[in-house]
Design a protein around this ligand. Structure first.
Ligand SMILES: NC(=O)c1ccc[n+]([C@@H]2O[C@H](COP(=O)([O-])OP(=O)(O)OC[C@H]3O[C@@H](n4cnc5c(N)ncnc54)[C@H](O)[C@@H]3O)[C@@H](O)[C@H]2O)c1
Ligand SMILES: O=C(O)CC[C@@H](O)C(=O)O
Length: 387
């Protein structure tokens, strides 16, 4: 039996299924793995039993991924699984900030008791006249799963679309419409934009990347949309720009003490991924990542360990070593195996940044002393006997 602890409501109806051989536990210190969403794990007392964490969603700034890597804990996310949901709400924010639809609906509610509302509405409507998205210039910061979809949707709406992403993946470059004009700097992107929408992870080079300098370069009365993370925009600069009329609207998915009091601001409840479809997609992806890791040692979509697969564990034994990406690890591991006269059927070694992963199948079980000796190799964080 394998044990799973869930943190957060993974889906609206609470239904999460791992299938046979798995049980949910209330205490993390009995869990082999954690399935979670947005809870901040910085400062969380992660028990030794936990070998893997899967974040249902894209952003992992709520998880100390490098610290966990050094403890031999693999952290997964679910890239792209909620990106369509975010794309749709971002387009909705563009429309809402341009058409006065919410204000128009509010007028109707406020005048609901007027018996002649039909006639008066015809007169009132000129207060809500907006403009169309077609032909307007939009800048998209970050062209990953969400940004590339937003950019393509904007092309389909007839907008003049610019994109900035110095680290764009080959996969997303292929997915991007040829109509999206890529620029080399953030400043080139911001210049003259009627809409700017940000879709980058929160990390050292993106925190507060949108501030007064970038806002000043936008077209007068531009709209800023942030469905990435609250850290990406300088809230003081946005507030000032809204009050000065430099920005006409700000749409943000992050209710902070500051954003909730800003003028002309749509604030949602971190709701970008809030669809039944996105929740199900994220849960399915995260669960299959955890199961493949727990049952076979395979790693896909990890944010702190390399992708690595040897398929289903079919040999007598499968061992995985999580270790630092330093020279001579394979030499040291095979030296220990040689002492035990172990016959290795297959071995893979992959690295990503500071961390590496070595997995091998043997045609007999290793004895306990050999496993203990593997654990004593300097720079090995964890040894897993998968089978
Ligand atoms: N509001 C929500 O509910 C919600 C849902 C999904 C994602 N998000 C947030 O949006 C972010 C993006 O999501 P995604 O699925 O597109 O992630 P992604 O990893 O697919 O794409 C992120 C893109 O940002 C680019 N990037 C990184 N640093 C950059 C920089 N300095 N300048 C420009 N581009 C840079 C990357 O190259 C990548 O292409 C997530 O990290 C998360 O924080 C929020
Ligand atoms: O869990 C959520 O609802 C939000 C997830 C979202 O912020 C993400 O980064 O994918």
């Amino acid at each position: 039996m394998r044990y799973i602890k869930t943190i957060d409501d993974i889906t609206k109806d609470g239904q999460v299924t791992f299938g046979e051989g798995y049980e949910f536990v209330a205490d993390a210190d009995q869990a082999d793995a954690i399935l979670m969403r947005s809870t901040d794990l910085h400062g969380y007392d992660l028990p030794e039993s936990v070998r893997a964490i899967a974040r249902c969603g894209a952003g992992v700034n709520n998880i100390p991924v490098e610290e966990y890597a050094k403890r031999g804990v693999v952290v997964f996310n679910s890239p792209g699984a909620n990106s369509n949901a975010v794309k749709e709400i971002v387009i909705a924010m563009m429309v809402l900030s341009s058409r006065g639809a919410l204000q128009s609906m509010q007028w109707v509610r406020d005048n609901a008791d007027d018996p002649d509302i039909y006639t008066h509405a015809e007169k009132a409507k000129k207060a809500f006249v907006g403009h169309e998205l077609k032909g307007k210039r939009v800048g998209v910061v970050g062209l990953g799963n969400v940004g590339s979809k937003v950019a393509n949707a904007c092309v389909q709406l007839g907008m003049d679309v610019y994109g900035y992403d110095p680290f764009i993946s080959v996969e997303h470059a292929w997915a991007l419409s040829q109509e999206v004009q890529r620029v080399a700097t953030l400043e080139d992107l911001c210049r003259g934009c009627d809409y700017l929408t940000v879709h980058v992870p929160s990390k050292a080079d993106t925190i507060r990347m949108i501030g007064a300098k970038q806002i000043d370069m936008l077209a007068p009365g531009a709209v800023l949309i942030n469905f990435s993370r609250e850290t990406i925009v300088n809230e003081d600069a946005v507030d000032e720009a809204l009050r000065a009329g430099k920005l006409s609207w700000f749409a943000t998915d992050f209710a902070t003490p500051k954003t909730v009091k800003m003028p002309n601001t749509f604030v949602t409840t971190h709701h970008g991924a809030g669809t039944l479809e996105a929740e199900a997609n994220c849960a399915d992806m995260a669960i299959s990542e955890l199961k493949d890791y727990l049952e076979n040692g395979n790693i896909a979509n990890s944010v702190n360990y390399p992708t690595c697969s040897m398929g289903k564990a079919r040999a007598a034994s499968r061992i995985a070593c999580l270790h630092a990406n330093v020279p001579n690890m394979i030499g040291q591991i095979t030296a220990v195996l040689a002492k035990d006269n172990a016959n290795v059927q297959r071995m893979v070694n992959e690295s990503a940044g500071e961390n590496a992963y070595t997995m091998f199948d043997t045609d007999e079980h290793l004895d306990d002393e050999t496993i203990e000796e593997l654990k004593r190799i300097p720079s090995i964080y964890r040894v897993r006997v998968i089978k």
